[in-house]
Design a protein around this ligand. Structure first.
Ligand code: ARG
Ligand code: ZN
Length: 889
């Protein structure tokens, strides 16, 4: 089957395989780039100092797509058309000397670039700015190059542009000069002393304002931190600037990593396919993860900015100084860096809450991926389109693997190991094996068994069964693992699974843990490692049947299957000292209750235990952790619950989940909810410290539950809260409740007021679109259609597309999965249009169909036929075709 590339060139759908990896036959000793920038047309001059890896050079094949060739010179001599061969995506030169200089001149068209990879325009032609996105393979849209991560070289870059239209010129590295040219044009030069692969190249040119601050690194380097945004947004960069400094200090202290250039730029754009990008010395951010102030940003939004600022900054070592040998190693930088940003955020806020959020994200995003047609290992073995592998598996599961390794070797050895890894591979491109070798060497532990985690897709199921033997005072825990087949991997291997556990006596005490064969007990919490398909662990000196608290802190990314009596779970929910497992006990109870509700049971023990335990916690006035309480009061997300019943009917899943929430709200009681709301409301002063954020989090949850049992009172409170809100967290919490429970007049009035206030703020308008697209109900699809028809909607802006279509297809399950298939039809039509503009964003959105094969038969057939229609669309991009084909395979 033939597909078309972003630039319209047909390409066969070839798979790239890890097993085919070959080092490059050519190296690039240095590169000089000169850009003559303009919006419609930009000329790129490149001079590559090439060196053959062998004395008898093989033909040189450079990557390039959509480039208009102006001229080529070899060692200064112009090459005629017989001297080279241009193919769809390659420039081939034969009979080259082993060392030579190749100069090329090409023209590219930034304004016509709607795919947002390579050089493109953000904003309008009159006022917008030019920028680049090169990861994974955008650089080949800029010039002919060896566009692969294991070709590292030194960059020297000159930018030239009209000084009035493009007053700010930025590229990665240190600024080494600037000046004026004829006809009102100016130039600026940059040199990056650190060798880097092409995917880390970046430039920015346009009208931008700067927020600047000096910083001295722990090793004494004076650095200028520059945050750049368009004039109307520069005032919203202060929080990110503070977060950046916290991230830099944290990396110095936690990993001994210092920044390594004179200047660090971060630029905000509203037009971005992903979250942000760690280009060396010139990070580029989706504005969503950089701009923040109390009036427009929720507390979660602030935390997200801090986390992404950390993430991209930490890449400077885990990704930039040490990069990836090939794109199969993507998790080497992404999984590791997500682990680093998670640890940073946990240190800045609360360990337990961060762990709860991260595991909830993993279960909501990654577990379904691992269980569906797009399942792939953290290190995939093959790909047709690498941009489709920036997934929850590579990122979030990858972070879980690093977390397991860190726990396995312990904190001191982990630090020695990362030091060794950074020292050994500095300035080069590494593999997952390299990282495991360094960590293992520093700890004197063989970590190679953990490589299997990188190679195997699917979430392992860990079953635990236990019994107590009063006569011998023994407690026997039997663990077994099983991983179901995934596409292309019929046979699964056993994995090393670390299981952190504690045993509780009935009075809430933690029991000393002595395994059979040990002389003494080793603490009250320990880690067992299951390395075989099954194993038995025997604990001695256990007088009565204890309550096991297993997989504490979520010590391995597995699905734990352990039948537990509701009373035991309720006890853990009330008493477990591990904040994560406390929450987990509640999730377990809620899942059991969900199963019963879904099966139509009238009354069920799990539900009573869940609501009873939460009722007791809620009544405890000395329960000090308001944020944890808010998390405890939420049942698992729909996408988690869907996995518990198969095949599933989204309406039935949704209805059963509502019954749970309704029962919880009733158990807590309207008057207690009202009282708690009033108390939290009185304490609210719009402060931003942790207690204030925690209060708002709980208050939001209380308001939502209150609306389920006393809608008129809760709506009145929500209206007042909306009108008086000191910040976006409060305003949005109220808006959501009004949209769900209010009448048409209320909904219209609030949305109009919200738009009047925030209509000029694109990020808040994304929220305005998203909160409407997520509301369930018979008219949900009409709402989505109206949003698509709104003057402020455009398929050209990925944030807006995600706000409407992403929210609709991923969060509004009953609307997307409407029994008549109208939700599928709507998404397919939008995907067909979007794919013409932006294949990467279309491919990401199409993944909302994941899980279609586990739907009840009627919807399953409808989803499949719409997917097949999409697959048959003429001229589908490689990005979207890859997703659709794998989804249907
Ligand atoms: N490396 C970026 C990060 O920090 C993601 C960029 C991915 N871009 C893409 N087009 N696939 O996670
Ligand atoms: Zn990253």
């Amino acid at each position: 089957m033939l597909q078309r590339d972003a630039d319209g060139t047909p390409t066969p759908d070839l798979k790239i395989r890890l097993s085919d990896y070959q080092p490059s036959a050519w190296r690039i000793a240095s590169v000089e780039l000169v850009f003559d920038l303009d919006i419609a047309s930009t000329e790129v001059y490149a001079r590559l100092e090439l060196e053959s890896a062998s004395a008898t050079p093989t033909p040189l094949r450079l990557d390039g797509e959509g480039l208009e060739l102006i001229e080529l010179r070899l060692n200064g001599k112009r090459l005629g058309p017989l001297g080279y061969r241009v193919e769809a995506h390659a420039l081939e030169l034969s009979d080259l000397p082993a060392s030579c200089a190749l100069e090329s001149r090409v023209r590219i068209r930034p304004q016509a670039n709607t795919a947002l990879e390579g050089l493109y325009l953000s904003g309008s032609a009159e006022r917008g700015f030019l920028l680049t996105q090169c990861e994974a393979q955008g650089f080949r849209h800029i010039t002919w190059f060896l566009d692969r991560p294991d070709v590292l070289t030194r960059y020297s870059v000159e930018l030239r542009a009209d000084a009035a239209r493009f007053p700010v010129l930025l590229a990665g590295g240190n600024a080494v000069g600037s000046g004026m040219l004829a006809e009102g044009r100016h130039w600026a030069r940059f040199e990056d002393p650190h060798p880097k692969p092409s995917y880390l190249f970046a430039l920015v040119a346009g009208r931008l304002e700067c927020l600047s601050q000096p910083y001295i690194t722990a090793d004494g380097r004076a650095v200028t931190l520059n945050l750049w945004a368009e004039a109307d947004a520069i005032g919203q960069c202060h929080y990110a600037l503070g977060a950046l400094q916290r991230a830099m200090r944290w990396d110095e202290r936690s990993y001994g990593r210092n920044y390594d250039l004179d200047v660090f730029h971060v630029v905000a754009t509203h037009d971005f396919n992903m979250g942000a990008m760690e280009n060396k010395g010139l990070n580029i951010f989706n504005a969503k993860y950089l701009l923040a102030d109390a009036d427009t940003t929720t507390d979660e939004g602030f935390r997200a900015v801090e986390g992404v600022i950390g993430h991209e900054y930490f890449h400077n070592w885990s990704g930039n100084r040490v990069t990836c040998r090939d794109w199969f190693q993507l998790s080497l930088k992404e999984g590791f860096t997500v682990f680093r940003d998670q640890s940073f955020s946990a240190d800045m806020h609360s360990q337990a809450l961060k762990r709860i959020e991260d595991v909830a994200t993993l279960r909501r995003m990654q577990f379904p991926e691992d269980a569906g047609p797009l399942a792939h290992p953290v290190r995939p073995a093959e790909y047709a389109e690498i941009n489709n592998f920036y997934t929850a598996t590579v990122y979030e599961k990858g972070a879980e693997l690093i977390r397991m390794l860190a726990a396995r070797v312990g904190p001191q050895a982990f630090r020695r190991g990362t030091d060794l890894y950074f020292a050994r591979h500095d300035g080069s491109a590494a593999t997952v094996e390299d990282l495991l070798a360094a960590l293992g060497e520093a700890a004197a532990v063989d970590l190679t068994p953990y490589l299997a985690w990188y190679a195997q897709a699917g979430t392992p199921r860990l079953s635990a069964r236990c019994h107590h033997e009063p006569a011998t005072r023994r407690y026997v825990l039997r663990l077994a693992q099983h991983t179901a087949p995934t596409p292309g991997q019929a046979v699964k291997h056993t994995l090393p699974i670390p299981v952190k556990l504690a045993l509780f006596a009935r009075d809430g005490r933690m029991l000393p843990l002595r395994l059979a064969g040990e002389a003494d007990a080793v603490g009250v919490e320990r880690v067992l490692e299951l390395t075989d398909a099954a194993a038995e662990f025997v604990f001695e000196d256990i007088d009565e049947a204890p309550i096991p608290s297993l997989l504490r802190g979520f010590s391995a990314p597995v699905i734990l299957e352990c039948a537990m009596p509701p009373g035991d779970l309720a006890l853990l929910l009330q008493h477990d000292a591990d904040g994560f497992n406390r929450w987990e006990a509640g999730q377990h109870l809620a899942s059991d209750a969900f199963r019963a509700a879904h099966a139509g049971a009238a009354q069920y023990a799990a539900l009573a235990a869940w609501t009873g335990a939460l009722g007791a916690l809620f009544a405890q006035t000395d329960f000090s952790d308001a944020a944890l309480l808010a998390e405890l009061l939420a049942p698992p997300a729909i996408s988690e619950l869907e996995a518990l019943v198969e095949p599933h009917d989204p309406d039935a899943v949704d209805a059963a989940r509502r019954r749970l929430e309704q029962a919880l709200a009733q158990a807590l009681g309207a008057s207690a909810l009202a009282a708690r709301y009033t108390a939290l409301h009185a304490a609210e002063q719009g402060a931003h410290d942790a207690p204030a954020q925690a209060r708002r989090r709980l208050k939001r949850r209380v308001l939502e539950l209150w609306a389920l049992v006393d809608a008129p009172a809760a709506l009145a409170a929500a209206e007042a809260q909306f009108a008086q809100a000191a910040g976006m967290s409060e305003r949005l919490a109220a808006l959501r409740v009004l949209l769900r429970h209010g009448d048409a007049g209320m909904r219209h009035g609030t949305l109009t007021a919200f738009r009047a206030r925030h209509g000029q703020q694109p990020l808040v308008m994304d929220t305005w679109f998203a909160v409407q697209a997520e509301v369930a109900g018979v008219d949900a699809l009409d709402t989505v259609r109206a949003l698509l028809a709104d003057a402020a909607f455009t398929l050209r802006n990925p944030n807006r597309v995600r706000a409407v279509l992403g929210t609709f297809a991923r969060q509004n399950r009953t609307a997307f999965h409407r029994a008549d298939g109208a939700g599928y039809a709507l998404l397919v039509a939008q995907l067909q249009a979007l794919d013409q503009l932006n294949p990467q964003t279309a491919a990401a959105l199409a993944q909302a169909f994941n899980g279609w094969a586990r739907l009840e038969p009627k919807r399953r057939a409808l989803a499949e036929s719409h997917l097949r229609a999409l697959a048959a669309t003429p001229g589908l991009s490689r990005n979207l075709a890859d997703i659709v084909q794998r989804s249907l395979a």
